[in-house]
Design a protein around this ligand. Structure first.
Ligand code: BDR
Ligand code: CA
Length: 308
């Protein structure tokens, strides 16, 4: 494991979502991040549930001091669809969470502008776990402010791997292809975490119990039990890979690829295509899957160990 470092200041853009929830719990527990706030986006579930789920997760972790800002309710220029069959009707598989202990005040993009303008340039990272609508609005409407983002780490897309919503398209990018295109073309310090790696960071049922030695680990174990449903041999941890890359980049190998986003109206809208004229993007293409699961367990249980 890497030595402790000064926590990076991060904003999590999210659509919880069971794997989003695991990623958020890890970020709060691992001691490697100062979480400035959560911005929500419609994705796995509509914006109201996405926002409420964020507030309820924070309440469960006694972290209602972390602000939540409501973001985009719809993709930039397409109709939104809810993927309720994967994460359940509430987006959280029916998980019992406490009521929110705070309200979501203000809206996401204006708050992102405030945060980025008031911090030294490059000192705030964005960890993007959902469709890129909020980030695209920031880039489109406030490009000079967007340039102040430190690192932008994005879960989305599939390069050589089949898609999970179409034959080639991944859910986050397929939900808002135009947003993905705007963000990839913005020439920010962006690292893409596609299905090519997230499908290789798989949790097994037998590993769930080992997470249970801290409040974050307990809640994570409950979430993963719901995420498994019944009869699955393993499950991919898509969004937690963003946090794991930020903390343990050595677990991943990057290639720089020239990529474009399919913004057609066809069935593969949102798919990534290699394109000689596309912007060069740092893409995680290989990962130490078991090492990533161990890093997740280590980070979730850090609070318990340090109090022993
Ligand atoms: C992505 O889609 C969502 O369902 C997950 O939360 C993740 O962000 C994986 O394709
Ligand atoms: Ca997500």
């Amino acid at each position: 494991m890497s030595a402790p470092t000064t926590p990076r200041r991060v904003i999590i853009d999210t659509d919880p979502g069971l794997d989003d929830a695991v990623a958020i719990l890890y970020a709060l527990a691992c001691g490697q991040f100062e979480v400035l706030g959560l911005t929500t986006v419609a994705g796995n579930i509509g914006i109201e549930a996405s926002t409420s789920n964020s507030l309820r997760l924070l309440a469960a972790m006694a972290r209602s001091d972390v602000p939540v800002r409501r973001g985009a309710a719809q993709p930039l220029c397409r109709a939104g669809e809810e993927l309720i069959s994967i994460h359940g009707e509430d987006g959280m598989g029916g998980l019992a969470l406490p009521a929110p202990q705070a309200e979501a005040r203000g809206e996401a993009v204006g708050w992102l502008v405030e945060q980025l303008q008031s911090a030294p340039a490059g000192s705030v990272d964005i960890l993007a776990l959902g469709p890129l609508t909020n980030i695209a609005l920031l880039v489109r409407d406030h490009p000079a402010v967007a340039a102040r983002i430190g690192r932008l780490i994005v879960m989305g897309g599939a390069v050589d791997e089949p898609g999970n919503i179409g034959a080639r398209s991944e859910y986050n990018f397929a939900t808002d292809p135009e947003a993905a295109q705007i963000v990839l073309e913005a020439r920010l310090d962006l690292t893409l975490i596609p299905l090519d790696v997230t499908r290789r960071v798989r949790v097994l049922p037998a590993q769930i119990a080992s997470l249970r030695s801290s409040p974050a680990g307990d809640l994570c174990a409950e979430i993963l039990a719901l995420y498994f449903g019944s009869g699955r041999a393993s499950r991919p941890l898509h969004d937690p890979c963003v946090m794991l890359f930020a903390v343990e980049p050595g677990l991943f190998s990057l290639d720089t690829l020239r990529l474009a986003v399919d913004v057609s109206d066809g069935p593969e809208a949102g798919a990534l295509v290699r394109h000689a004229d596309g912007p060069p993007i740092k893409v995680a293409m290989r990962v130490d899957g078991p090492g990533a699961i161990e890093a997740l367990r280590h980070g979730l249980n850090r609070a318990q160990r340090s109090s022993c």
